[in-house]
Every structure is written in structure tokens, then in C-alpha cells.
Design a protein around this ligand. Structure first.
Ligand code: SF4
Length: 363
């Protein structure tokens, strides 16, 4: 508890806020690329504590939100295969595909189970040898190593009825894509904390080198975020852009070598489809040939009907940082956490859900 309390210390927060106000003179835009950061920033009222010349934007950091409708349609098609059990994290169940949701498919008789870890999916496959157990693999570098370890374990156990649809994505390529799109002029990036525990700080080096943009890897407590903003302001004001680690209690520059090795044993880079952005080269992880017998996309004939995007939902623009939830005409009226229209309202890490819950006076 002591450790957490230190990072919520009100007096320290006040000192950091005063320092940011004193040292920040330019108009700057900072973007976070992690859904947990988005939630923490809004929950702790960080935006309101900052001077008006600092604007904070949210990028494509929520794994449920960035999963494309096309990919979701594939999962829904898999749920309709006779004898299949879909195992998925809870938020995915309610995200609308083109014509259905996993929740509706479950109501219509599909066997869809909410799990909390890929290990639960392995257990279900051991207990149901006559069924095809398919795990919906979403998430970034944080979750991919655990899924890779599960596939290694399934191989050891010779499990023939365990499959993964790998919709995993990786962060640095989408950061480059957002910067290349040039729709917003970003001066600094709050780099994702959890992802960085796996990949370290080196993969972000292209951001200051190629784009002259400041980077700080941040933790998730209020002091972590304020300290990161303070460090970003210092880099920007002094025009000395680099990748700094504010989350030193967890992140090492080289990352987690063991987790990276496990991930590289099972996955390889592939193109991936991002909601609101489209196909981004080498930004996803697909299952390598050696483990192809576990790959749901290689082992099942997945039939989807043409993609139908959600009418009126601007999640794509929100994920690119060019709109905020309050720009959406459906926000709070038709789209609410109880009746979500798009994924950014479904997911607990989505911007719309976070604005709904914490963002009463944020505009
Ligand atoms: Fe989509 Fe709802 Fe967010 Fe609008 S408020 S962008 S409909 S999720």
C-alpha cells in the first residue's frame, strides 16, 4: 500500500502541477497511446490541472476499440461453427460486428464463455476434448507473451482442440502511422507503461530521431502521469527530444527478454487491420507456421459477409485523435455504457466510456 500511496501523494502532485505551470510556455499537444492512461488521466482530472496551453489527446491504445469490424465478424463467424466454444475477455462480447455481436450469438445458442486469462481457455479445452475451443487473442505486446506461452503449453500437452485467432497488435508501428498521417501535430507522447515492460524503451527511439517528438514512458498513478507531463514539457521547452522512462520501478530499457523470446517463438509480424485507420504493415502478430495447427484462421473456413460499419459512430476518428467523444452526436444520448453503440463506449478502456464516467466538465 505504501508504494501506491506514494504515487497518489497530494502535496507532491501540487508541486508537480506548479512546476508544469511555471515551466510550460509553448502551446503543445501530448498524446497517450494506452487505454489505461486515458482512464487514469480522466479519472484523476489531470487535464483540468494542466495549463490551457497543454492539450492532451488519446490515441489508439484500447485493444478492444482498435479491433476492426472485419476481424470481429470473423470471430462471430467462428462462434457459428458447429461444436465450437469461443473463449474471450468480457468487453469483446458486446462490441457490434457488421450484423451481430457475440452476446447476441450466445443468446441464439452459441457457446461463448467469458474468461479472465488464456489459461482458462486451455482448461476449457482440456475439459472438452470433443469441442473446438477458440481463444480470441486481442491486445498488445502486454498480452501476446502470455498467449504465446499458452500455445507452447498446448503443444507440450498435445492439445488438438485448442485454437487461437490472433488479432494481436503492436504499438510502435501504429505510433509511426499516426505521426505519418499528420492529421494532428503532436509534440510529445506518453508511451504505454504496460507495453513498455515487455518491449522496453528502445523501440520508441525513432520518434525523437525521425520526428523530433518528446517521449516519456509513464506509469498509471496520478504522480506518474504528472511527472511524465513535467518531463515532456522539459524536453519540449529545451528542444532536447529523447525517450525517457518515468516508470523505472517496472520498465527497463531492454524490456523483458524472456517474454520477448517467448513471443518471437510463436508469433511473427503481419499486417493488421486497425479500426478507423485500416491495414497497417507489420503492426500485428500472426501465429508462425510451426504452430499453425493452433491457428483458427488457418484451420477453419471463416465466412463473413461484407463489412458494415456502425452508423453514426466516430470511434475511428477518436482513435486517430482528431475527434473527442463529445464530438459524437450519439454520445450520452443514444450511446451509453448500458446501451453502447460503438467499441469506445463498450470497453472499460475506451475513450467514450471514460468520458462518460469521468468527463463531466472536460471540454
Ligand atoms: Fe461510437 Fe458511442 Fe463513442 Fe459515438 S459515443 S463514437 S457512437 S462509441
Amino acid at each position: 500500500m505504501k508504494l501506491v500511496d506514494e504515487f497518489r501523494d497530494v502535496e507532491l502532485a501540487k508541486r508537480l502541477v506548479v512546476h508544469i505551470h511555471q515551466s510550460s510556455h509553448r502551446n503543445i499537444k501530448l498524446m497517450e497511446f494506452c487505454g489505461s492512461h486515458t482512464v487514469s488521466i480522466l479519472k484523476n482530472g489531470i487535464r483540468q490541472l494542466l495549463p490551457p496551453n497543454i492539450e492532451m489527446l488519446s490515441g489508439p491504445g484500447c485493444p478492444v476499440c482498435v479491433t476492426s469490424t472485419t476481424d470481429l465478424d470473423k470471430v462471430i463467424a467462428l462462434s457459428r461453427i458447429q461444436g465450437s466454444i469461443i473463449t474471450s475477455f468480457g468487453d469483446m462480447i458486446r462490441v457490434p460486428g457488421s450484423h451481430s455481436t457475440l452476446q447476441k450469438e450466445k443468446a441464439w445458442g452459441a457457446d461463448i464463455r467469458i474468461i479472465y486469462s488464456v489459461l482458462d481457455a486451455l482448461k476449457i479445452s482440456r475439459e472438452n476434448p470433443e469441442k473446438k475451443v477458440i481463444f480470441v487473442g486481442i491486445g498488445f505486446e502486454t498480452t501476446a507473451p502470455t498467449v504465446a506461452a499458452a500455445l507452447v503449453q498446448a503443444e507440450k500437452e498435445n492439445l488438438h482442440n485448442f485454437f487461437v485467432i490472433s488479432l494481436h497488435k503492436i504499438c510502435p508501428p501504429i505510433m509511426r502511422t499516426i505521426l505519418e498521417l499528420g492529421e494532428i501535430r503532436i509534440n510529445g507522447i506518453i508511451c504505454p507503461g504496460h507495453v513498455s515492460t515487455i518491449i522496453g524503451s528502445y523501440p520508441y527511439q525513432f520518434i525523437p530521431s525521425d520526428y523530433g517528438i518528446a517521449c516519456v514512458i509513464s506509469g498509471f498513478e496520478p504522480i506518474d502521469i504528472l511527472q511524465s507531463v513535467d518531463m515532456l514539457v522539459s524536453q519540449i521547452e529545451n528542444e532536447k527530444h529523447s525517450v525517457e522512462i518515468a516508470y523505472r520501478r517496472v520498465v527497463k530499457p531492454e524490456g523483458n527478454i524472456q517474454a520477448l523470446r517467448t513471443m518471437e517463438t510463436v508469433f511473427e509480424l503481419s499486417d493488421a487491420d486497425w479500426r478507423g485507420i485500416g491495414i497497417v504493415s507489420r503492426s500485428g502478430l500472426k501465429i508462425q507456421k510451426r504452430y499453425q495447427h493452433f491457428d483458427a484462421e488457418s484451420n477453419f473456413d471463416i465466412k463473413t459477409i461484407p463489412n458494415n460499419e456502425i452508423s453514426g459512430c466516430i470511434c475511428g476518428n477518436i482513435l486517430r485523435g482528431i475527434s473527442t467523444p463529445t464530438d459524437c452526436s450519439l454520445f450520452r444520448t443514444i450511446c451509453t455504457p448500458e446501451q453502447p453503440v460503438g467499441p469506445c463506449m463498450v470497453s472499460s478502456e475506451g475513450s467514450c466510456a471514460a468520458y462518460f464516467q469521468y468527463g463531466v466538465n472536460i471540454e
